[in-house]
Design a protein around this ligand. Structure first.
Ligand SMILES: CC(C)(COP(=O)(O)OP(=O)(O)OC[C@H]1O[C@@H](n2cnc3c(N)ncnc32)[C@H](O)[C@@H]1OP(=O)(O)O)[C@@H](O)C(=O)NCCC(=O)NCCS
Length: 171
């Protein structure tokens, strides 16, 4: 598991773009509508570099034998003074060709471990209700906090509910 700093994120945004376009093409709700083009996806990753340099975002990539990222996860730290104890797990995704081999679970554990090491005591995330990711979060000790209807559009443009999860980390 590699943590990518701002420079690496800018340099290798195209590789993460491949992962993102594959995830959206597979129908997962990760903030984009289909079809997501490679350039749009790469620009989106490059734009994350600023927050990464400022310490508001941490990005990890799980690289395969060829050195290419097969999965990624990020941790977003809020900059509000009253929220420094918490962080949000975002953009957990594994390439369709690498799923079902424990990578998603390892990525989530990496983000959780880094959050705990940074003094974060509360994690939260949201995910499309009924998505495969829900099984992963529940079995990793996350607690369901509730469901919001019509929260976000699927890649195909249909409004779908989202379920919020949280997890307390040892202080
Ligand atoms: C969710 C995701 C990251 C899981 O990645 P993965 O590498 O396949 O996950 P793992 O192999 O570590 O599996 C983790 C658990 O989820 C289960 N799981 C994985 N895919 C599943 C599926 N399609 N249906 C049901 N359970 C599934 C696994 O069985 C495993 O549970 P187990 O250990 O009890 O057997 C991946 O499916 C993905 O990228 N989905 C699209 C993006 C997405 O939805 N991200 C979450 C946004 S919040």
């Amino acid at each position: 598991m590699e943590r990518w700093n701002a420079a690496r994120l800018r340099r290798r945004a195209g590789e993460l773009a491949e992962l993102l376009t594959d995830t959206v093409a597979g129908g997962a709700s990760v903030g984009f509508l289909a079809p997501l083009g490679h350039e749009e996806a790469a620009a989106w990753w490059r734009e994350r570099a600023e927050a990464t340099a400022a310490g508001r975002l941490a990005v990890w990539a799980a690289v395969d034998d060829t050195g290419r990222p097969a999965g990624t996860v990020s941790l977003a730290h809020p900059d509000k003074p009253n929220s420094r104890h918490r962080a949000e797990v975002v953009k957990l995704m594994v390439h369709r060709s690498a799923r079902g081999q424990g990578l998603g679970r390892r990525l989530l554990a990496t983000a959780e471990g880094a959050a705990a090491a940074a003094g974060v005591t509360l994690l939260h995330l949201d995910t499309e209700t009924g998505s495969p990711a829900e099984h992963l979060y529940r079995s990793a000790g996350w607690t369901e906090a509730g469901t919001i209807p019509d929260y976000a559009a699927s890649p195909a443009g249909e409004l779908r509910p989202t379920t919020l999860y949280f997890k307390r980390l040892a202080g």
